[in-house]
Design a protein around this ligand. Structure first.
Ligand SMILES: NC(=O)C1=CN([C@@H]2O[C@H](COP(=O)(O)OP(=O)(O)OC[C@H]3O[C@@H](n4cnc5c(N)ncnc54)[C@H](OP(=O)(O)O)[C@@H]3O)[C@@H](O)[C@H]2O)[C@@H](O)CC1
Ligand SMILES: Nc1ncnc2c1ncn2[C@@H]1O[C@H](COP(=O)(O)OP(=O)(O)OP(=O)(O)O)[C@@H](O)[C@H]1O
Length: 483
C-alpha cells in the first residue's frame, strides 16, 4: 500500500506546521467578525486557524475585551489580568489621605495605611452590591511596597519619645516632602509625642470624577462676562478670515451617509458644516439618495458612490483632500453600506483624518469596536440609545444612570481614550481623563435631526481645533471642540 500522504522529496519528514499565535488586536477583530454573523468555520478559514481555536477565543471573549479595555498593548499575545479599577481608585484615595495626614502632622504607619486601603476597598465593593466583580483585596505587605513605589512614598522617621528611632511611623509623597518640609518635625518638637489618630472611613475619600460644568440658558439674560467666556472658547479655534487663503483651506468636510430612507440626516450634517464656516461640504451617499440630497441645496457636493461596487476607489480619490469625515448620519444598516463605511473609517485612520461617528456609524462601532479603538482622532456622539448599546458591548452590563459621568469616562477609556460626547439634557464629554458637562440650553423641541446638526458642526470644529494646535486648546483639541 502506498503512502497516504506524499512526503516532499529530499526531506525526511514533513516540516512541522508552526502554531499561529494571534495577538489581542487580532482576537478582538475575530470576535467582531463572529459578532457580525460569520460562522466559526468561516472565521477560522479567514485566520487560517482551527474552528476549535475560534471557539476557544469566543469563550474567552469577556476577558479579551476587558484586557483591551484596560489598555493592554494590542500586540500582546497573551492575556494580562486587567487591573481592578477599584484598586486604582483606592490607591489614589489612600495617597491623598496619607498626604492629608502629613500636612496635618498626623503620623501614620504602614499598618494604618494598609488598614485604610483595605477599608476603602471593602467599602467600594460593598457598594457595588450583588454581582460585584471585585476580587478580595488584602492590602498585604507586598501591596504596600508596590504602592509606595507607585506613588513615590518615602518613610519618615519620627524622633520623638513615642516612637523608637527605627520605627517607620509616617510615609509621605516625595513631592509633598518638598512642599511641606517642616511639618512633622515641627509638630514633634512642640508636642514631644503625637498620638496616632484613629481614622474614620469617609466615602468622600474616594475622589470624584473631575467634572467641569458650564451652563448657559438661552432663556435668561446673561452678563457680558458669561458671553465673553463662551465667545473666547470658540474664538480660540476659529481660523481668521483673511485674503491670504484659498477655497477649501478653512475646511473640506465629508459626510458618509444618506440612503433611500434617510436623505435629511446627511443634508443636515453637511449644511451645518457649511453654515458654521467650512468651505466645502461633500456627501458620500447611495445612488438613489444623491439627486434628492442635491436638490436640497446646490452648495453641497454629492457623490453617489456608497452602494457602488467601486466605493473604495471612488472615495479614495477624495479622501486625501478632506479634513474631517463624519460617518453615519442617515447611513442605514444595510450590510454593504456598513462594510463600505468601515472601509472609509480604516482609510481615514491610515491618513490620520479626524473622524466624527454618529447615528448608524455608532451602530457599526457597537458591532466592531476594534474598528475605532485607540484612534484618538475620533469623536463619538452617541444619543441615549447609542450610548447604551456601546456601553453594553464594551462592559457586558447596562449603564448606571445614577453615575453617567463615570460611565462616559469609562467608555472613553475602554475605547482607548477617544472623545465620547453623550448627548442629552446635558451633554457629557470625556476623553477618558476629564469629564466636561455642557448644559447650555438649546431648543426645547426634541425633533429628529438635531444630532445631525451637531455631528456636521463638530466635523468643522474638529478640523479647526486641530489646526489651532495644542496651545489654543490646552492640549485637548477634541474635548474642547466637543464642548
Ligand atoms: N430626516 C432624516 O433623514 C433623519 C434621519 N435620521 C437617521 O435615522 C437613522 C436612525 O436613527 P434613529 O435616531 O432613529 O435611531 P436611534 O438613535 O437608534 O433611536 C432609535 C430609538 O431609540 C429610542 N431613543 C432615542 N433616543 C432616546 C432617548 N434620548 N431616550 C430614550 N429613548 C431614546 C427611540 O425609541 P422609541 O422611544 O421611539 O421607542 C428611538 O426611536 C440614522 O441613520 C439617523 O441618522 C435621524 O438623524 C433623524 C432625521
Ligand atoms: N432631553 C434633552 N434636553 C435638552 N437637550 C437635549 C435633550 N436631548 C438631546 N438634547 C440636545 O439635542 C442634541 C441632539 O441630541 P439627540 O439625542 O436628539 O441626538 P440624535 O438622536 O442623535 O439626533 P438625530 O435625530 O439627529 O439622530 C444634543 O446635543 C443635546 O444637546
Amino acid at each position: 500500500m502506498g503512502p497516504k500522504r506524499s512526503v516532499p522529496s529530499g526531506s525526511k519528514s514533513a516540516p512541522k506546521k508552526r502554531r499561529r499565535v494571534m495577538n489581542l488586536k487580532e482576537k478582538v477583530e475575530l470576535l467582531d467578525m463572529l459578532r457580525s454573523g460569520k460562522t466559526a468555520a468561516a472565521v477560522g478559514r479567514h485566520y487560517c486557524i482551527n474552528e476549535s481555536t475560534v471557539r476557544h477565543i469566543k469563550k474567552k471573549e469577556k476577558e479579551i475585551r476587558e484586557a483591551i479595555a484596560a489598555a493592554a498593548p494590542t500586540t500582546a499575545k497573551y492575556l494580562h489580568k486587567p487591573r481592578d479599577p477599584n484598586l486604582s481608585r483606592v490607591e489614589s484615595a489612600t495617597f491623598f489621605w496619607v498626604l492629608d495626614c502629613y500636612k496635618k502632622g498626623i503620623p501614620v504607619d504602614s499598618g494604618i495605611i494598609r488598614e485604610k486601603a483595605k477599608s476603602l476597598y471593602d467599602f467600594l465593593k460593598e457598594n457595588e452590591g450583588e454581582g460585584s466583580t471585585s476580587a478580595d483585596f488584602q492590602a498585604s505587605k507586598g501591596w504596600f511596597e508596590n504602592f509606595k513605589k507607585r506613588f513615590s512614598l518615602c518613610s519618615v522617621k519620627v524622633m520623638g519619645e513615642a516612637a523608637s528611632a527605627d520605627q517607620e511611623t509616617a510615609s509621605i509623597g516625595q513631592e509633598a516632602a518638598r512642599e511641606f518640609p517642616e511639618t512633622p518635625k515641627k509638630l514633634i518638637e512642640e508636642k514631644g509625642s503625637i498620638q496616632l489618630l484613629p481614622f474614620k472611613l469617609d466615602c468622600r475619600d474616594v475622589p470624584e470624577v473631575n467634572v467641569l460644568e458650564r451652563s448657559f440658558s438661552v432663556h435668561k439674560a446673561h452678563s457680558v462676562k458669561d458671553m465673553e467666556n463662551i465667545f473666547q472658547l470658540v474664538r480660540n479655534v476659529i481660523p481668521p478670515l483673511t485674503t491670504k487663503k484659498h477655497k477649501g483651506q478653512d475646511g473640506r468636510i465629508g459626510i458618509v451617509g444618506g440612503c433611500q430612507e434617510y436623505t435629511g440626516a446627511p443634508y443636515f450634517a453637511a449644511i451645518s458644516a457649511l453654515k458654521l464656516g467650512a468651505d466645502l461640504s461633500h456627501v458620500f451617499c447611495t445612488k438613489d439618495a444623491a439627486p434628492v440630497i442635491k436638490s436640497y441645496s446646490p452648495e453641497l457636493i454629492v457623490h453617489p458612490v456608497l452602494d457602488s461596487p467601486h466605493t473604495d476607489e471612488e472615495v479614495a480619490k477624495w479622501l486625501p483632500r478632506l479634513h474631517t469625515i463624519v460617518i453615519g448620519p442617515g447611513l442605514g444598516r444595510n450590510d454593504t453600506l456598513l462594510e463600505n463605511a468601515k472601509g472609509i473609517i480604516e482609510k481615514s485612520k491610515v491618513r490620520g483624518i479626524p473622524v466624527v461617528i454618529d447615528a448608524d456609524g455608532l451602530w457599526l462601532i457597537a458591532q466592531q469596536p476594534s474598528l475605532i479603538q485607540g484612534y484618538q482622532r475620533a469623536i463619538l456622539t452617541p444619543n441615549y440609545m447609542e450610548f447604551s448599546r456601546l456601553y453594553e458591548t464594551m462592559f457586558r452590563t447596562s449603564v448606571d444612570s445614577n453615575d453617567n459621568h463615570r460611565c462616559v469616562l469609562r467608555l472613553s477609556q475602554a475605547l482607548g481614550n477617544l472623545t465620547v460626547v453623550q448627548k442629552g439634557e446635558k451633554d457629557i464629554i470625556s476623553d477618558g481623563e476629564k469629564v466636561l458637562v455642557c448644559s447650555h440650553e438649546g431648543s426645547s423641541r426634541r425633533c429628529g435631526g438635531q444630532g445631525d446638526l451637531l455631528s456636521g458642526s463638530l466635523g468643522v470644529l474638529a478640523h479647526w481645533a486641530f489646526l489651532a494646535g495644542p496651545e489654543k486648546t490646552n492640549g485637548f483639541p477634541y474635548v474642547k471642540t466637543s464642548y
